[in-house]
Ligand binder design. Structure first.
Ligand code: ZN
Length: 418
């Protein structure tokens, strides 16, 4: 080996050790001494205050390839966190686009943040509250070719963050990504340790396709050199993360003997924080209708039920009570995830029925006149038992029905299709 080569090797080794050795989570206020960006005006994380967010409207987060199984997944203890490095076939690498940012952002890696105890761990906080865990899906701008190039550019990274909370009592702990990692914890306990994990798709991170709202702002990487190159997109819903798994994370040794790797929140300094209501996260995969009576495609948004106070009145909407377990949604704002089923199970979709159509309005305030109504003229059967179950659902103001009386036709025409 030539002396020049040896010297290069020495410098590289020295360089990487220096990176790990000159900052610690014990004194984050000192980072700016060696890394001036850490004292910048647009730093992350921040406290996300719901009342101070700006409504951005529907966010069109378009997740591409997140359901694709990677060829390999490796967990590495990189000293400041555990990082998941994942590899896909060239044409299957997950990427995200949105009107929130320009261009396509390619998935780079995932990393974890945790605290020394149950009271902290997340980097971002919500209205001052910390959570025990935070995971970051880091993406770089495809135009820049690589993560290393992108972190030098102002719009280099998009980070999608999801915070973990402990499950409520009797809450099903869904499959969480930590479950894939924790069996390998001994292999990644020491800095530099790594483990090959059974491949799993990124959709295992609940944040993908979850339908949660997000908040977004411009910020920085949360560790030195704190480059201000990140569009942050933070899930508002917190995901259930079993306590024993978070405890296993805490057994991982970090550089400098740190017992946590969450940076304290930084000043907002007047930055805008946007609230993004995800209505359709993937337009292409949502059902839609098109017809010669409509000028465009209409994308399915949601389905709701109307009913009356007794058997003589109520809605004539199709009710498929068999498939909804309403015992858990008795109170206003209750919700329950139900078994997945296709919309074709609602009889109205596949039948050769007759239809009536007219231009009308929402049947509840604000009664906006923006609706093309298409009503099936076939009346579907439901059972009294199912109706009784619906009537047991509590409505706001304790009403016993939610069907509006019929309104005047005025000069509108109703078209019948047989
Ligand atoms: Zn991170």
């Amino acid at each position: 080996m030539s002396i020049a080569k040896l010297l290069t090797l020495f410098l590289i080794v020295k360089g990487s050790i220096a990176d790990e050795a000159d900052w610690s989570y014990e004194n984050p206020d000192d980072w700016k001494t060696n890394y001036p960006d850490c004292g910048g005006e647009n730093q992350s994380p921040i406290d996300l205050v719901e009342n101070d967010t700006i409504q951005f409207g529907a966010l069109d987060l378009d997740w591409k390839n997140y359901e694709k199984l990677p060829k390999s997944v490796k967990a590495v203890n990189i000293g400041r966190s555990v990082q998941l490095d994942m590899e896909w076939n060239e044409d299957e690498i997950p990427s995200i686009t949105s009107s929130l940012f320009d261009g396509e952002y390619v998935f780079a890696h995932y990393n974890f943040h945790w605290g020394a105890n149950d009271d902290s761990g997340s980097e971002h906080t919500f209205d001052g509250h910390s959570f025990p865990f935070e995971g970051h899906m880091i993406h770089y701008k495809k135009d820049y070719g690589s993560y290393d190039e992108a972190i030098e550019k102002k719009d280099g990274l998009v980070a999608i963050a999801a915070l973990g909370r402990f499950p409520d009592e009797d809450e099903d702990s869904k499959k969480v990504v930590l479950q894939s990692i924790t069996p390998h914890i001994d292999d990644i306990k020491e800095v530099g340790g790594s483990a090959v994990i059974d491949p799993f798709p990124l959709t295992d991170f609940h944040v993908v396709y979850s339908g949660t709202d997000f908040v977004s702002y411009n910020g920085s990487m949360t560790f030195p050199k704190c480059s201000e190159v990140v569009t942050w997109i933070v899930a508002v819903d917190k995901f259930a993360m079993p306590k024993d798994q978070v405890e296993k994370l805490r057994s991982i040794k970090l550089a400098q003997g740190d017992d946590h790797n969450n940076r304290p929140v930084q000043p907002l300094n007047g930055r805008d924080v946007f609230q993004l209501n995800v209505k359709w996260y993937d337009n292409s995969s949502r059902p839609y209708v098109t017809s010669k009576i409509l000028n465009d495609d209409y994308i399915f948004y949601h389905l709701h039920f109307r009913w009356g106070a007794n058997d003589k009145e109520g809605s004539d909407h199709t009710l498929n009570g068999k498939r909804s377990d309403i015992s858990k949604i008795k109170k206003v704002n209750d919700s329950k995830e139900i078994k997945v089923f296709p919309l074709s199970l609602f009889d109205v979709i596949k039948k050769e029925n007759s239809w009536a159509t007219y231009n009308g309005s929402f049947t509840e305030p604000d009664c906006a006149e923006v609706v093309t109504w298409i009503l099936s003229l076939d009346i579907y059967s439901t059972t009294s038992k199912q109706l009784i179950a619906l009537r047991s659902v509590e409505l706001s103001h304790h009403e016993d029905h939610n069907n509006r009386p019929t309104q005047l036709l005025n000069k509108r025409s109703v078209i019948i299709y047989k």
